[in-house]
Design a protein around this ligand. Structure first.
Ligand SMILES: [Zn+2]
Length: 279
């Protein structure tokens, strides 16, 4: 991996099928290409990261996954990101917009149905956003589309998230990616903290407010405060008044590169595994 993927000035259409002609998309569908599609959100990410963080990060990840799939002989196209998601946790902050889950589900049914009509036989959906209701909605949209249209789609996600949103790990609409391990000990780092800021410093460094980031105190919260934070809205705003939960000052671009590369590798492996099972 070059480490350059994703550093293209924040253009969310970059590398997606929005840059292709219909002839090129049609040819890819006929030759058996799979689709990769990220579901993000516009949401506050502390005083140092942009509101599109959950759209930029999966975009960069999908571009890396596509390269890795190509090395494994699988052609993939990237669908432009879906960027209006569900916000419960950040729902009481400015710049955190939410769409009713049933509307997202119906849009997914229409669009996944359209992709199936084009002849795409596998759509792999990803989430850029940790909110539980957002992720249940993505899963619900996939299941509804598969039940009501000719779509064949699945949700590429790690076992811990699948469990957190109440799914069985053998759910047919899941493509599990990465190891099944408990969350690490120590202070919680789940939103705009060390890992997410590290990733943005790797993929979109120009969008990180570096002088602000370097001076932020770690939130230093544990599982009990995390449970309150996850109730969302005013609870989350009270627990994290500045909007981040973690340690952004400890973030590091090299660590971001490592996480980016390993999660892309895990996703590519999971997709190849599912395709082999389907063959
Ligand atoms: Zn985020």
């Amino acid at each position: 991996m070059t480490g350059r993927e994703g550093r293209d000035g924040g253009d969310v259409f970059a590398g997606t099928l929005a840059e292709l002609t219909w002839h090129e998309v049609d040819r890819a569908a006929r030759s058996g290409a799979v689709l990769l599609w990220a579901f993000g959100v516009i949401e506050q990410h502390g005083p140092h990261l942009p509101t599109g963080t959950d759209v930029y990060l999966p975009g960069a990840r999908l571009r890396a996954v596509r390269e890795l799939l190509a090395e494994r002989g699988v052609e993939a196209l990237i669908v432009p990101p879906y960027y209006w998601g569900v916000n419960v946790v950040s729902g009481a902050f400015p710049a955190s917009y939410s769409v009713r889950p049933e509307l997202i589900r119906e849009v997914m049914v229409d669009l996944l149905g359209g992709m199936a009509r084009d002849g795409f036989r596998h759509v792999f959906c990803f989430s850029g956003h940790g909110d539980a209701l957002h992720n249940r909605t993505v899963h619900d949209g996939i299941r509804s589309a598969c039940e009501r249209t000719a779509a064949n789609a699945s949700f590429v996600t790690e076992p811990a998230l699948a469990r957190r949103i109440g799914l069985d790990l053998d759910d047919p609409y899941l493509t599990l990616s990465g190891p099944d391990e408990p969350p690490p000990d120590g202070p919680v780092d789940v939103h705009a903290g060390n890992w997410e800021t590290s990733l943005m410093m790797h993929t979109n460094p120009d969008l990180v407010r570096e002088e602000v980031r370097a001076r932020l105190e770690p939130s230093g919260l544990g599982p009990r405060e995390l449970a309150v934070w996850r109730r969302g809205f005013e609870h989350a705003r009270r627990v994290t008044p500045d909007g981040y939960l973690g340690d952004p000052a400890a973030a590091d671009a090299g660590e971001g590169h490592r996480i980016h590369a390993s999660t892309a590798e895990q996703a590519a492996d999971a997709i190849v595994h599912r395709l082999q099972g389907a063959a």
